[in-house]
Structure formats: structure tokens, C-alpha cells
Design a binder for this molecule. Structure first.
Ligand SMILES: [Zn+2]
Length: 463
């Protein structure tokens, strides 16, 4: 009903929208140490100030909640809908070729720069959606609120703070992902683990294994070191598909660099884990008997290379709604007197302490490894049949001509802890935005159509 008016409004304001995105993307809002009135450092605070100024200029009532988040309301009626976008960005990293990370440019059909897709572009089009509804003079009976956060990339302490002060409306979505609707986020289990033993000097022996920087990444590179075998003897064991081993010998120690393929822990099938590959080849080598080596072999048997579904651990499971459990050994270190590491498992709705974490704990204990916790992170689920999701997918179909549907993911989004929340937008299925990487970009038309949809959704839900 309002589609033509909304379309015309966005086309008319296209340049202003792009200018606003650029204004926010020029601010390096990477989290740093807290300072007075800057819980996440000066960058996120500067981005929040700029977005507040922008929202006030649009004519909205804005509330800065202690520099953690700002709320932007279209009216002072009962809250019905929240749109959650964030103004912090991940570190710029290296390798930018199209522009400097904080000097955004429009090139072809895209806008490039850190934050253009994740999540300043979506934040700006959300504000413009609210402004479109106001400027078109459409009366609402309920309030739509935009919540602008400043710490999504670093654990969402901003929303934790917000939720102590204000409630969430019954419906909320976060344009911090892709279309159509993400309504299920798996739960998780991410314990660290340790084992200790007395050093055993019998040869041959494993002296070191080390790899991984984060539990949630499939480890690309690691190394191990062996004493008491020649390089040639070791090399006989170094054959695993898609894994590159490079051995060198120095002072009687064979050092082996291992390269697999990194991937996110929620999609382990896309990676090749260099840690599990190392444990697999080491397990087969003729080492002298020792508690340490036995533990290493035991661990490799529980998490064999290529088993990212938890089969050997006895926790492989899946349900129709959320898909299979995944499991990643993301960090690992082995020394002559102990080992430590971190697992990251993404668990379907059907998983619980009894059929998942307690089993992992028991199996690991059997081989002498202690976990720091058996506590799991709850999954998030907003039913696909809800009126809210029907409205979102309906708008998506109307404005894009594509079919709306719901997806389940292994990662957690901004709405993981918000009842009734989903992720919705702003990139179209299949579009690559290089979020978190160099040359991050957003397709301008995708941002524009997102803004249009959001305006329509605000009207439908709050009228
Ligand atoms: Zn984001």
C-alpha cells in the first residue's frame, strides 16, 4: 500500500543516505580500553555521538544510555518493534586495495570501507526507514525503536547493559546478517581443558605441539616437535589429504610446520584443522610409552581428524530445525608435562547437558583431561510461524521478488539473548561483503531496498 511512496522517498534521498553512511564509516570505532564515559574506548563513543547527532537532526527523540547504546524512537507510545544495529567495527586488518579502511568510497554498484556492511550501512538505512515513516506522515499506534549499540563485535556488553535498564519490545530484528530471516541460532559448548603429568625422557617422544588463536576458528597453522626420530623417519608419517607438512631437523629435534585451511567454527566442513591433523599423524608414530603420549593418542581418538560432528565423542546429533552439532578443536598446546586447549561446539536445539556436555566431560576425564566447565550456551529460536516472521518474509518477497524463508545458523547474532528476536538483512543471499576482512563493501542497491523494506515493516507492525 505504501510501496510506491516508500520507493520514491528512498530514491529522492539516496545521496543523503550514502553521505550518512560515509560519515559514520570515517570513524574508526574499534574497541579499546575503557575511559571515563567511554566504556569501549574513544572510537565507539565517537561513532555513537555522530549517530546521535544524525538521529536528532532527523527529528527523533534520542536517548544516550551511558554511552553503551542509544535509542531512537519515532513516538512515545508503547514499544512494539526494535531494530538493533551496531556502530562498532572489527579491526581494519591489512590488505585493503580499493580504499583506505576509514576513507569510504563508492565504486561501481558498491560502497567500500570498514563498517559499510557490518554494520553502519544497515544502521543508517534503519534510521532512514524510521525517517521515511515520519516524513510520509504515517500515524503509528505503537513505537518503533532503533537501538544503536557499540560493542557487538566484542561480546555485546552494550546490550547486556541496555537490558538492565530497559526492556525489549515483543518483536526485534537485527540487520547484521543476511536476508531472509535467521530465526534459529544454535547453542554452544566451549570449554577449555587441561591435563598434567610428570616429564618422561624416554625416546622417541613428542616435545611440543602448538596451534590456534581462538576456539571459534578452525586452526590453519600449527607445529609439532619430536625428539629421538630422524627427519626421514618422521616424514614417512606425514600424509593427510589437504594438509601441508614441512619438516626440518635441528640439534636432534625434528620440527614440523603444519598448514590446513581456516574456517569459522560454525562451518567446520569448510576448513581443514591442522591441530587434529597433527594429533592424527603423531598418534601413529612409534613413540616411547608415556602418560603424555597416551593422553595425546586418547585425545586424537576422541576428536579424530575430519570428525567435526562429534561422532567419536558420542555426541553426534541433529534435529530438523537446527541441523547437526559441530565441534572444533580450536586451540591446542602440548608440552613435556601437560596439555591444554579449547573446544568450540555449536549445538542444535535437541542438545543438552545430558546428551552433550556431560558426555564430553566424562570421555575426556577417562583419558585424564579436565574440562573447566560443562555449562552450555542456550540455543535461540523464534518460531517461523509467528506473525512477526511472516511480516518480515512478506516484505522481503514484496520488495525483492524472491522467496522468503527462515534459516538456522551455528553462530550467534546480536539478538541471541533477546526473546522474539531474529536477524534480518542487509545483504542478499549469496552476496559477498568481506565483513571483517579487507575491502569490506556493501551493494548500495541492497542497502536501499533494505531501508525500504524496514520502513514498510515498521508501518505494518506499529500501525
Ligand atoms: Zn556485525
Amino acid at each position: 500500500m505504501y510501496k510506491d511512496k516508500i520507493n520514491a522517498y528512498f530514491e529522492e534521498h539516496r545521496q543523503e543516505i550514502l553521505d550518512d553512511i560515509m560519515t559514520l564509516c570515517r570513524i574508526r570505532s574499534v574497541r579499546e580500553a575503557a575511559q571515563e564515559n567511554m566504556p569501549f574506548g574513544p572510537g565507539p563513543k565517537a561513532a555513537l555521538d555522530a549517530a546521535i547527532e544524525m538521529s536528532e537532526k532527523m527529528g527523533f527523540k534520542v536517548r544516550n544510555i551511558d554511552n553503551y547504546v542509544a535509542t531512537v524512537d519515532i513516538n512515545d507510545k508503547e514499544n512494539q518493534l526494535a531494530i538493533l544495529a551496531h556502530l562498532d567495527v572489527v579491526h581494519e586488518g591489512k590488505g585493503w586495495t580499493v580504499c583506505e579502511p576509514y576513507a569510504p568510497v563508492v565504486k561501481g554498484d558498491r560502497i567500500y570501507g570498514r563498517g559499510t556492511a557490518d554494520d553502519k550501512g544497515p544502521a543508517v538505512v534503519s534510521l532512514w526507514a524510521l525517517k521515511a515513516v515520519k516524513d510520509l506522515g504515517i500515524e503509528l499506534n505503537k513505537n518503533a525503536r532503533i537501538i544503536l549499540g557499540t560493542a557487538e563485535e566484542t561480546g555485546s556488553e552494550d546490550l547486556a547493559y541496555y537490558s538492565k535498564i530497559e526492556a525489549y519490545p515483543p518483536m526485534s530484528f537485527s540487520p547484521d546478517s543476511s536476508f531472509p530471516v535467521t530465526n534459529i541460532e544454535k547453542g554452544g559448548f566451549g570449554p577449555t581443558f587441561t591435563a598434567k603429568w610428570d616429564e618422561c625422557k624416554a625416546l622417541p617422544r613428542v616435545i611440543a605441539v602448538k596451534g590456534g588463536t581462538a576456539g571459534n576458528i578452525v586452526c590453519q597453522e600449527c607445529f609439532f616437535e619430536i625428539e629421538g626420530m630422524t627427519k626421514e623417519e618422521v616424514e614417512k608419517y606425514l600424509t593427510i589429504e589437504d594438509v601441508k607438512f614441512t619438516a626440518s631437523e635441528n640439534n636432534g629435534i625434528v620440527h614440523v610446520d603444519v598448514v590446513g585451511q581456516s574456517a569459522h567454527a560454525s562451518t567446520p566442513h569448510l576448513g581443514v584443522n591442522s591441530i587434529t591433523a597433527s594429533l592424527a599423524v603423531l598418534s601413529k608414530m612409534p613413540m616411547a610409552e608415556s602418560k603424555g603420549f597416551k593422553t595425546l593418542q586418547g585425545l586424537s581418538a576422541l576428536i579424530p581428524h575430519g570428525d567435526y560432528l562429534g561422532a567419536a565423542l558420542g555426541v553426534k546429533q541433529e534435529d530438523e530445525l537446527s541441523g547437526p552439532l559441530t565441534l572444533n578443536l580450536g586451540i591446542f598446546e602440548y608440552t613435556v608435562n601437560g596439555l591444554s586447549g579449547k573446544i568450540d561446539s555449536r549445538t542444535p536445539i535437541c542438545a543438552n547437558e545430558d546428551n552433550m556436555s556431560n558426555i564430553v566431560n566424562a570421555k575426556m576425564n577417562e583419558i585424564g583431561i579436565e574440562l573447566n566447565t560443562t555449562k552450555m550456551r542456550k540455543p535461540h529460536h523464534t518460531p517461523a510461524e509467528s506473525e512477526f516472521i511472516k511480516v518480515l518474509n512478506g516484505a522481503y518477497e514484496e520488495y525483492t521478488g524472491n522467496e522468503g524463508y527462515c534459516v538456522a545458523i551455528g553462530g550467534g547474532t546480536y539478538v541471541h539473548n533477546i526473546e522474539g528476536g531474529v536477524a534480518f538483512g542487509c545483504s542478499m543471499p549469496g552476496t559477498e561483503n568481506n565483513m571483517h576482512g579487507p575491502d569490506e563493501s556493501a551493494v548500495i542497491e541492497e542497502l536501499m531496498v533494505s531501508g525500504k523494506m524496514f520502513a514498510d515493516i515498521i508501518i505494518r507492525l506499529c500501525k
